[in-house]
Design a protein around this ligand. Sequence first.
Ligand code: BDP
Length: 725
Amino acid sequence: MTRISVCRIILVASLACIDSRLMAEDGYRLWLRYDRIESVALRTEYASVLKYLVLEKKSPVLNAAENELKIALQGLLGGEPVSVGDIGESGALILGTPSTSPIISSLKLSAELKQLGDEGYYVFSTTIKGKRSVVIAANKDVGVLYGAFHLIRHLLTRQNIQTLAIKSAPRIRHRILNHWDNLDRTVERGYAGFSLWDWHKLPDYIDPRYYDYARANASIGINGSVLTNVNSNAQILTEPYLLKVAALADVFRPYGIRVYLTARFSAPVEIGGLSTADPLDPTVKEWWRKKIDEIYTHVPDFGGFVVKANSEGQPGPQNYERTHADGANVLAEALSAHNGIVMWRAFVYDNKVPEDRAKQAYNEFKPLDGKFNTNVMIQVKNGPIDFQPREPFHPLFGALPGTPINVEFQLTQEYLGFATHLVYLAPLFKECLDADTYVKGKGSFVYKVIDGSLENHALTGMAGVANIGNERNWCGHPFAQSNWFSFGRIAWDPSSSSQAIAEEWIRMTFSNQPEVVKTLAEIMLASREITVKYMTPLGLHHIMGWDHHYGPGPWIKDKPRADWTSVYYHKADSIGIGFDRTKKGSAALDQYAPEVRPTFEALENCPEEYLLWFHHVPWDYKMKSGRTLWEELCHQYHAGADSVKWMQRSWNALEGKIDAERFAHVKSLLDIQSREAVWWRNSCILYFKTFSNMPIPVGLEKPDKPLSYYEKLQFPFAPGIRPKW
Ligand code: BDP
């Protein structure tokens, strides 16, 4: 028996034996909590059909689906044995594809399955041999797995199984987590402990947690995992590490997940012993070809590479006077022989400080449109600067019609309060995806660029910078799990609503009680806007603490690069505040389609949430509220911090309706968030007051400490810091 199958048996057995009354609600189970359903009637109804599983042919993926259904049903039905075999006396749950299941084949589903592709599924209620049945049918095994998880979601949210008719297929092909995990197990911008990947003990020791990671991802349709940091280490491409990578790939494969790695551009020099990494040098090309062939001998379904090149000091083709396209294509060519892809990041900024960093990615990539091989996607962050609490959409969306583009969101909350602040990010993802680029007229939404429909690209993707570590509850904050969850759900279907996803997640993770669902959904849906208000209201951005990015730092100046400072971005002076990106300023606005510009170009039209992103605005400018800009800024900071108190009150009112362990955990984190919101508010108001020279409006609480107190705070050991190598 292989190492992996032994582990799997231990894992499944241990999960099946768990008695939920003995288990602490420590968040480990994420949204896959299979506790007994309270209602006897519902249990009986589910059991009558679902406790007979029919799987006519086995495969690693179908077995994973069957195992999951077994564990889920056994738990939900309160320990009733779930049999695997024939249709039971009252009904059955039948799973498979037309080629693995004679029953499913006899149902003649080709019309239904036609539109569902390789990963889609059809889950429906029907009658088979006179017995009530639920069928999970798909074209491929992995579709059956996703269908199984859909059914489980359905049961966890207590919906009926009498009239099931669910057809679903992903709108995006590559739905990928990007782990910024280093080989020493630190996680760049990670706030949930160390890396899950225990490189030292791999490949021999397979942590059972790897299975649970794979299960969680499969349950929300994530089908790729980039194991290593974008600031990458070439060692990962050496044989000892490839064996470790292969062991992880073996665990993930039955769950439909392919592994990817980050490629350090200078690897041919660093580990290959070549004197150059020039992408047009034949020896370099040959080196990558051999290296990539070698990777595929270990991982036959290896997904490909993510590359950060010529950005923040990382090596890249420009070191050799070559373009990003030259660099991407040398890897793409070698990967194409194995169906691998390259996700080449557009997050570039080089050593010459540009007049506006927001413009650089567009300036560098626009001329390269159409020059990339067909298996290259350009991976673009949601906004033009860097994962700020609010940014307008990136001008590259829609600007490269001849090149597939995938979007990169940051799930780890580097700029949104680490894993201490409750911030539900689906509204941020949606804000970007639903923005209209107008590149092909009204309705050219970012999500249409990403799902390929705007320019007819088949290669599509969505990347999420993972917020996962080895903390018991995976993400640090119990609510941070919702950002992993919602990323998967939105990558599957970008039209899903933030509210529907939040409610589904709450029901699965906390409770189906209407009051809990309502209160938590209200908190979650308001949380991102609240955070924007107490951190960066009215379009402010990049004013966080130096280097570690913890807490406020609007005073940061005089650093090695101007665009690493805060003063570069807020430009506060005695006249006003904000970065003028109109024609009078950096003209970054001109990178958007002409139809987009008027909304932002004229000060009077500009939506106030983007005001200081696009304009330098006088302190006494009259805002829509009738207040001056200065007064409005103070009010927004106060509204943000006050709203965290509202979140606390709402949470506290749920005491007794949420298990004690998670209740207390979230309560303490909200206390910290509340304190930190006041910290942001006070320090930013005091700092900007030194420019506005205006009083804090009457009625708003005055800061109890001087600005110098905040400026002096030091956090040498803040988590998630970038490695120095
Ligand atoms: C920035 C992070 C830095 C990352 C960089 C990136 O501070 O640690 O390396 O993004 O995306 O936001 O490459």
